[in-house]
Design a protein around this ligand. Structure first.
Ligand code: CAO
Length: 430
């Protein structure tokens, strides 16, 4: 007997995109197996099988938009499922579309880091969570928000042990238990002010995007938990910019990738990290984990929010390759096609607002990294050379460092070193 499984009652939602499909023609499904995941801007819901049998036809594809009653899958079942074919054809009870992360809970200010964290989940992919129905059920049972769990499975899939590790991470972070709070580890803050703004004038309520919600939670944690200080420096990039412009002019004829200031900054930062290894580390309890690899994250502004793709093994790459790769990853970030692996493993991050403007700012560290470099727009400034003021192209640098690991003297030495590397790029090769 052939049965059509349709989208059940999903409350006020309609025209909701399908983000994941778990079955294909030929698969056998049991009653209540998750078939597809729908994602509205407020909620992510699994649609369970309301009939058991063999999948004959999948009538949708990822990205299709569906509403209550839209046909999803045709199932052939020899024996009618316990809930009867009526359940498949009729609209099931509203709760049968199982919320996976709806709505995202607001974390406490001291929301803990994922225990397996390498920053992967902090700015995670265009919102897609890949996990099998059993892992989703396990996460639901434990109350784990899958969008915050760092995946370790193939193709960015979240495994059961990833969920376990995430939950263990919460239980081991000081200050998240009542005992911790009473010892001074918790933040005893007033509740967030609740104001009816419409009393004062017209308003419009606009839900945050999924990426904004995920990155917001991570930024809040990092802001509250890291004793961070920002140090400023000016780098003289007069010669470097002249060189960049000259090479780009030459490359116009050959079609070679355009060299960006960001690519030079990434390369120079890695040289500085090699000289100051503490900046390429992470805190792990009483230990400092010093990384021998140089993977640099860079903040990318996208229509959906802030994302941080990662250029791997920068120490082994040239400027042209770095420029090409940052351009490609930034494009993918804007199009929402970055893979989870493209955003994992950063050991240091650069946030460049140089294309927009600004003078200096205080970027927030992307935990569990210990430092982040902010860059603004270069400007011509008068610099005294002992006899006269000379116009020099000056790049404003803002380095935020975790004071538990890096003190002010070290941070300033790092900044001075970086500024020297940028002022005379030949030093990068020394
Ligand atoms: N000073 C002066 N000009 C600069 C500059 C700098 N520091 N950096 C870039 N520019 C120029 C570029 O040369 C380019 O000019 P042309 O078009 O004439 O060549 C223009 O500004 C645009 O650059 P861009 O920002 O688009 O490109 P990029 O390679 O410098 O940066 C990327 C790429 C992905 C970092 C950038 O597009 C971006 O998203 N930046 C925002 C990051 C962000 O949001 N950070 C904040 C995080 S905390 O909220």
């Amino acid at each position: 007997m052939s049965q059509l499984i349709k989208v059940p009652d999903i409350g006020d939602f309609s025209d909701v995109p399908i983000i994941d499909i778990y079955v294909k023609a030929g698969d056998t499904v049991a009653l209540d197996d998750a078939l597809v995941t729908l994602e509205s801007d407020k909620a992510t819901m699994d649609v369970p099988a309301t009939a058991a049998g063999v999948v004959k036809e999948v009538l949708v594809k990822p990205g299709d938009r569906v509403s209550e009653g839209s046909p999803l899958i045709r199932v052939e079942s020899g024996v009618p499922a316990p809930t009867e074919s009526k359940a498949a054809e009729s609209v099931p009870a509203r709760q049968e579309a199982t919320p996976v992360s709806a709505p995202m809970p607001t974390p406490p200010p001291s929301s803990p880091p994922p225990s397996t964290g390498d920053g992967a989940s902090s700015l995670s992919p265009g919102g897609k969570v890949h996990a099998s129905p059993s892992v989703r059920a396990y996460a639901r049972e434990l109350g784990a928000d899958l969008s915050r769990v760092t995946p370790s499975g193939p193709n960015g899939r979240i495994l059961k042990e990833d969920v376990t590790a995430w939950v263990k991470g919460i239980l081991t972070v000081p200050g998240t238990t009542t005992a911790g709070a009473s010892l001074g580890g918790g933040l005893d803050l007033l509740p967030w002010p609740k104001v009816d703004f419409s009393k004062f004038g017209d308003i419009e309520v606009r839900p945050l995007s999924r990426i904004q919600k995920i990155s917001g939670q991570n930024l809040a944690r990092n802001w509250v938990m890291i004793p961070a200080v920002t140090y400023h420096e000016d780098a003289d990039i007069t010669e470097l910019e002249a060189f960049r412009v000259q090479v780009n002019k030459e490359n116009e004829k050959t079609g070679e990738a355009k060299l960006t200031m960001l690519a030079f900054l990434i390369k120079a930062s890695v040289r500085a990290l090699q000289k100051f290894p503490t900046f390429n580390s992470s805190l792990d309890g009483d230990n400092l984990v010093l990384k021998k690899y140089f993977h640099i994250g860079f903040a990318a502004d996208t229509p959906n929010g802030l994302m941080v793709p990662v250029i791997k093994n920068v120490d082994r790459k040239g400027i042209v390759e770095i420029a090409r790769e940052t351009g490609e990853l930034a494009r993918q970030a804007r199009e929402g096609t970055l893979k989870p692996g493209d955003m994992q493993g950063a050991s240091f991050t650069i946030s460049s607002l140089g294309g927009i403007g600004g003078t200096y700012f205080a970027p927030i560290i992307n935990a569990p990294e210990v430092a982040i470099l902010g860059v603004n727009k270069s400007a011509l400034k008068p610099v005294w050379d002992g006899k006269a003021f000379q116009p020099r192209l000056t790049l404003p640098l803002s380095l935020t460092a975790d004071h538990r690991v890096i003190d002010g003297a070290l941070a300033t030495r790092f900044n001075v070193c970086l500024a020297q590397l940028l002022a005379d790029f030949r030093r990068v090769t020394l």
